[in-house]
Design a protein around this ligand. Structure first.
Ligand code: SMG
Ligand code: MG
Length: 370
């Protein structure tokens, strides 16, 4: 199949509440939305990148540049037989995984629609509902934190992740654990600590956490392997796992107990599935991370999380946790009885794009035609 047209859009969507990590604070998202046309089919993708290069080296403007100048023209020149063909074609461009992901997602939507199959089915999903939790940013004080967590529990979420940083780690975690002794609880440091903090991080051991996510540098595996031997909380890598190779290295070096998979971070669904498969073969569980995706990106997340080795609840909350109005007509809602989202069964990714609202939030467009 030949792609006939690719359209890129920068959009701006404000969050319902600011989101603060150990290193930065965000008020909304500026992702790049991809529209791909071929064989009379309209498919969609999203590069769920940060506005600034704080989570990874990429940001909205680098995604835009790399997609326009390299990735979209390369894809237009290629005869595609299957969605898995996209990753090797784009591999000539090094890194730039968030840029690659939006285009790769759209190709998966395209091929799934053409096959009349749901994306989850195309990927090999085995669940019709995926367990999800909620990621709670750094709050102004412990009272605000307890109130925020309480509100999410009232909404039906059954797993909570706390963002931590030096000065906001042991005490907030203790406070939430004391308030909810049985809650599934985990923490995420977004690369703010150093190996010298091992003793300090071991103070989280008594809180029976599911995991601690990416305590050390965003590009480190080596020191994480050392840290893992000095703490009891299961260690999860997020930022460091940028490809199947990095996943294999981390597994072989025993640098983690669990891997967070974000398809944007690894350049798409094909390599996400490879990481899933090689972790599964090594007996290591994975779970699905989140990049505060819009309803388009979220549909890809939910389909991917239906694969068998995604065993812990994902950072894939219902659309309303992020955006007052999303760019889809069929947002995901939380199944309160079991803290899950329902995996779409319609052909393709299942997202019904609200094109009128998408136009309203678009502030730049670009297109390429065959
Ligand atoms: O999508 O619910 C979500 C957010 C999950 O905490 C989350 N993501 O490091 O895991 C992570 C962060 C990165 C977000 S960049 C602002
Ligand atoms: Mg993380």
């Amino acid at each position: 199949m030949r792609i006939e047209r690719i359209e890129l859009r920068k959009i701006h969507l404000p969050y319902v509440a600011p989101f603060e990590t150990s290193g930065w604070r965000e008020l909304g998202r500026v992702p790049v939305i991809v529209r791909m046309e071929a064989d009379g089919i309209v498919a969609w993708g999203e590069s769920p990148v940060g506005t600034d290069p704080f989570y990874s080296e990429e940001c909205t403007e680098t995604v835009w540049l790399i997609q326009k100048e390299y990735l979209a023209p390369m894809l237009m020149e290629t005869e595609l037989e299957r969605p898995e063909d996209v990753t090797p074609v784009l591999a000539k461009v090094r890194g730039n995984h968030f840029a690659k992901s939006g285009l790769e997602f759209a190709a998966w939507d395209l091929f799934s629609q053409r096959a009349g199959r749901s994306l989850a089915d195309m990927l090999g999903g085995v669940r019709d509902r995926v367990p999800v939790g909620v990621s709670v940013g750094i709050q102004k004080d412990i009272d605000a934190l307890l109130q925020t967590v309480s509100d999410y529990l009232d909404a039906g979420y059954r797993r909570v992740k706390l963002k931590i940083k030096p000065g906001w780690d042991i005490e907030p975690t203790r406070a939430v654990r004391e308030a909810w002794p049985d809650l599934k609880l985990q923490v995420d440091a977004n690369s703010i600590y150093h190996l010298e903090d091992a003793e300090h991080l071991a103070k989280l051991d008594p809180f029976d956490l599911l995991l601690i996510e990416q305590p050390l540098a965003h590009n480190d595996i080596f020191d994480h392997a050392k840290l893992k031997r000095r703490i009891n909380t299961p260690l999860c890598l997020d930022e460091s796992i940028v490809s199947p190779e990095y996943a294999r290295w981390a597994i072989e070096m025993e640098a983690c107990d669990i891997i967070n998979i974000k398809p944007g971070r690894v350049g798409g669904l094909t390599d996400s599935r490879r990481i899933h498969d090689l972790a599964q073969a090594a007996g290591m569980p994975v779970w699905h991370g989140g990049m505060l995706e819009t309803g388009i990106g979220r549909a890809f997340n939910v389909a991917l999380a239906s694969l068998p080795n995604f065993v812990l609840p994902g950072d894939i909350s219902a659309n309303a946790r992020y955006y007052a109005r999303d760019i889809v007509l069929n947002p995901f809602t939380l199944n309160r009885e079991d803290s899950t989202l329902t995996v779409p069964t319609a052909p393709g990714n299942g997202a019904q794009v609200d094109e009128d609202f998408l136009d309203q939030v678009t502030f730049e467009r670009w297109e390429i035609r065959a």
